[in-house]
Write a protein that binds this ligand. Structure first.
Ligand SMILES: O=C([O-])CC(=O)C(=O)O
Ligand SMILES: [Mg+2]
Length: 594
């Protein structure tokens, strides 16, 4: 059985005829980002693989290349240029891209992911250099499987798909939303170690209702209004079926940044039939609930001693609220009592049962309270006296100084989460929250904020972003073959993540592990979830891996270059025949020909 789990044998273990050989050579090798090493190719490899002379003569180690990339990165004066530089690197040399990212996670995440990815999406038409992922349009209806067949690999384990209708808190960006699946999948690899060749970003272009884009002659998507209703549903149905036909029914499909209505409808429709989850509803819920679990260790309160006010009643708020209810019920409360602790506020004010202005519909119904209507958030906070306010409204500045001060006056340690993305949409800044509460609040935000100095003390805001959750869930799902991701998986993820917050973080008011640890967190989450999946009969891979950490490690992407030792120049007796074209003198001291 040990053999079954021995997947990445070291080079020495392999018989010579099985040593890695790239599937392409010559100039095609340099143009394949999965294989290209640029100047990292040894002289021997250059000769054998037919790229000698096609790259400058210097042979660089991968760490030299990392240094050179960082110098380049630092040379750019704005984040969008840094994003473009990093995408260029990803397009040229994936191993190097992921090495740079994984060795500099804190610096790179805000560029290749939120918040800069939001800006990049807004300017996607201009930043577009080379295609990445698949674009499937409503006009491909009837032929989606054929489009999927154009993808060059059969071995796809994970797809992140969007239709671009609600990109972060930026609204409908149509086809420009492709930056999001690309960014999310970059984190699959950088944070959890999912093999990038097994990941596929997909944009379902059904048009856009963004007038500015429709009027822009340089817009790169379908120039028509969004298709809705039955044709849209049939289109997405066909897409789901085509994915299974093309890549198998265990393919993970992560829904990302769909409009509110479609996000909920599609999740309900597919969650039991496909291996799927919605990151904005479920991933965000798990990260927020983890933050709340961890905050209890700071506030000293139990979950049921809290009262939560949510600003915004969309995917994130409803997802968090539902998971919170599940957590409270898990602790012995009735559902009715749990729901009573949750107060939702949308653009029309407090969501109450007898709302005069058009009633309450959809997902909000569960949380409509028996209370008189109130319009303004400040008045709601004054009357309801929440212990926690959670913003997922994409209304910047909605948590005013008055509201934050009130939270500080009503609570010894108020919980303030401003989760809307990107930074420009956050309900308040970290500084505003700490200042108004004299440093007593437990603050987290969806996009990163820098630490805040206040009266000689440093406060470190937590980043309550689903990036702490989705890469680990994805890797666990892939590795133990979970076919249906139940709601329990998200609650378990929240508990696991909260358990990883150590005392030194809590002492700084930080309810998440530091961002510098997010890779270890993703791996630990994967391990916890694999164990959970086997205990709860969710895993299809049998037999169960005897050593889960070793099993995970063996399957995680290695950012080190693969050695393309030319098998044809080696003989089974183990004597490698060096390639000697009188070059050893030329390259003396630079490379070793052995
Ligand atoms: O992408 C992010 O940073 C978090 C997220 O899912 C969203 O805001 O839609
Ligand atoms: Mg999202």
């Amino acid at each position: 059985m040990a053999e079954l789990y021995k997947t990445s044998a070291s080079k020495k273990d392999l018989p010579i005829h099985m040593m890695a050989r790239p599937r392409v050579r010559g100039v095609d090798l340099l143009r394949d980002p999965l294989l290209n090493k640029g100047m990292g190719f040894t002289v021997q490899e250059r000769q054998i693989l037919g790229v000698h002379g096609l790259i400058p003569p210097a042979v660089m180690t991968q760490s030299d290349q990392v240094m050179s990339s960082l110098q380049n990165f630092n040379g750019w004066t704005n984040d969008l240029d840094r994003y473009i530089f990093m995408m260029g690197l990803q397009d040229r040399n994936e191993k190097l891209f992921y090495k740079v990212v994984t060795e500099n996670v804190e610096k790179m995440m805000p560029i290749i992911y939120t918040p800069t990815v939001g800006l990049a999406c807004q300017k996607y038409g201009l930043t577009f250099r080379r295609p990445r992922g698949l674009y499937i349009t409503i006009h491909d209806k009837g032929f989606i499987f054929d489009v999927l067949c154009n993808w060059p690999s059969d071995n796809i384990k994970a797809i992140v798909v969007t239709d671009g209708e609600r990109i972060l808190g930026l609204g409908d960006l149509g086809c420009y939303g492709m930056g999001i699946p690309v960014g999310k999948l970059a984190l699959y690899t950088a944070l959890a170690g999912v093999d990038p060749s097994q990941c596929l970003p997909i944009m379902l272009d059904v048009g856009t209702d963004n007038k500015t884009l429709l009027d822009d002659p340089l817009y790169i998507g379908l120039r028509q209004n969004r298709v809705r209703g039955k044709p849209y549903e049939e289109f997405v149905d066909e897409f789901m079926q085509a994915v299974v036909r093309r890549f198998g029914n265990q393919t993970l499909i992560q829904f990302e940044d769909f409009g509110n209505h479609n996000a909920f409808t599609l999740l309900e429709k597919y969650r039991e039939k496909y291996c799927t989850f919605n990151d904005d509803i479920q991933g965000t819920a798990a990260v927020a609930v983890a933050g709340i679990f961890a905050s209890l260790k700071i506030t000293g309160k139990s979950l049921e001693q809290n009262k939560f006010v949510f600003l915004g009643a969309g995917e994130a708020s409803i997802g968090i609220a539902k998971l919170l209810v599940m957590a409270m019920v898990g602790e012995g409360m009735t559902k009715t009592d749990a729901v009573r602790r949750i107060w939702m506020v949308d653009s029309r004010g407090l969501i109450v049962q007898n709302r005069p202005s058009g009633g309450v519909t959809g997902q909000k119904v569960t949380f409509a309270q028996d209370h008189a209507p109130i319009d303004k958030l400040a008045e709601i906070v004054k009357q309801i006296k929440p212990t926690a306010i959670i913003g997922a409204s994409a209304v910047p500045g909605a948590f005013t100084e008055e509201i934050l001060t009130m939270m500080g006056n009503n609570n010894e340690r108020p919980i303030i989460f401003a989760l809307s993305n990107p930074t420009s949409k956050a309900e308040c800044t970290a500084e505003q929250a700490y200042k108004a509460t004299k440093g007593r609040c437990v603050f987290a935000s969806g996009s990163p904020f820098k630490p805040v100095e206040l009266e000689g003390k440093t406060f470190v805001p937590g980043q309550g972003n689903n990036a702490y959750i989705f890469p680990g869930i994805a890797l666990a799902t892939i590795l133990c073959d979970i076919r249906c991701i139940t709601e329990d998986v998200f609650l378990e993820s929240a508990k696991l993540l909260a358990s990883m917050v150590d005392k030194s973080s809590l002492d700084k008011g930080l309810v998440y592990p530091p961002l510098s640890k997010i890779r270890e967190v993703s791996t630990d989450l994967t391990e916890g979830l694999i164990n959970y999946a086997y205990k709860n009969n969710l895993a299809y891979l049998y037999p169960e891996p005897p050593n889960v950490p070793a099993y995970i490690k063996a399957h995680q992407y290695n950012t080190d270059y693969q050695d393309f030792m030319p098998a044809m120049y080696n003989y089974p007796n183990g004597l490698g025949t060096p390639v000697q074209h009188g070059l050893s003198g030329l390259y003396a001291g630079n490379v070793q020909l052995s």
